[in-house]
Design a protein around this ligand. Sequence first.
Ligand SMILES: Nc1ncnc2c1ncn2[C@@H]1O[C@H](COP(=O)(O)OP(=O)(O)OP(=O)(O)O)[C@@H](O)[C@H]1O
Ligand SMILES: [Mg+2]
Length: 424
Amino acid sequence: MFKKIRYRLLFSYLVVFASLLGIFALAVRVAFTRSLTQQTTDRLIAIGQGAAANAEFEANRLTIETDFRPQNLIAAHQALQWFDTQGHLIAQQGQTVLTLPLLPSKMVQVQGGESSALDGLRHVDKVRIQGVTVPIIASDNNHLVGYVRVSQSLEEFDETLQKLDWGLGGGIIMTLVLSGIGGILLTRQAMQPIEDSFQRLKQFTADASHELRSPLMAIKINADLALLYPEEIGPKDAEKFQAIASATNQMTRLTEDLLFLARTDKVPNHNWNTLNLTLILENLVLLYKPQAEVKQINLISQLAGNLYLTGDSVQLTRLFTNLIENALYYTPSGGVVEIKTSRIGSQVYVNVQDTGVGIAPEHIDKVFERFWRADRSRSYWEGGSGLGLAIAQAIAQNHGGLISVTSQLEAGSCFTVRLPSVSS
Ligand SMILES: Nc1ncnc2c1ncn2[C@@H]1O[C@H](COP(=O)(O)OP(=O)(O)OP(=O)(O)O)[C@@H](O)[C@H]1O
Ligand SMILES: [Mg+2]
């Protein structure tokens, strides 16, 4: 139980931490990309302005100054293109030119990273190119005379981003692994006191139940002894002794149940045997037939051939006794209680179905709780203690199985026990 809580705690902690790290990494990446893009654009604008200053507009034609050497302005991964106002290419310099048509309204253009059709053949441009368009304004009349488009390969930019991604991804994984290890240690430390106090509480219940056994036995023996000689005590006193004996019986059962629950996960399973479950159930049906007949309940069984499983026969008998007793107790006269078994894959299923009072939907989750009983008004001594199903569940879980219930008020309930089987 504590292992499960510990894992759930660790998992929630890691999910929260991973989400925070993810948000942080995303924020860093967005901020870094923005700043890098801005830097690149600014650099290209500066180059574009330099190139624009070296363009001349003479005789209605855009020309580049003869003493201007564009290769001095740009680096190897950059290129320059001059356009007239209609967007016709006049001159270009450099390798990494944009092949997209000039769009004066769009200052920044990015090409590549996807398929493009340069020479009629579709192929993928691995390297992205960014272009920035700068207008050329004639210095004498302030008229627009053309455009300069500066482009730059984004290879370096993408490489930098890739490195950042690797760095962030690696960092997140490393941090998660380290915080996972830290989390294991921390949750273990945090759960230890709770685990200890739970064990102490369990031990206390076990000890108290154990210690109560002897005085209860003494009361019972004395009450039974007194009842052996009713002539020595008056009829009124005999009634009192009867009540004492009956109450002692109930208390003995209750202490036995508490002791059993306190010890369930301490039960050593090295002396478990291979058992024939069909045989156990057949014996129980025979045992409860007379009780069912007295209450005019039709107790029927549909037991599949020999079903084998490994376990403790006393515990398993107790599990099914609790279910059958409940079914008989909570089913009125004339009803039917049916016990069915089946095997699906490596699992054995036992259904104990009745046509009894049923369980309200809002109570169905509570039936396996210790001391929970639907009819609280009923006197404690009249029925059981409300531990029967808690014990059944503990036994099923102890055997690596599960117990579940479906029920409808006034129609009946069906308790299903799933247990791992062994091949016969
Ligand atoms: N077959 C059933 N039909 C209707 N209600 C049921 C059935 N089995 C259990 N319940 C409800 O679940 C409650 C808990 O059952 P559980 O067997 O744990 O306790 P109990 O029968 O009251 O007492 P105990 O079994 O300890 O003698 C019961 O009090 C009853 O309200
Ligand atoms: Mg019961």
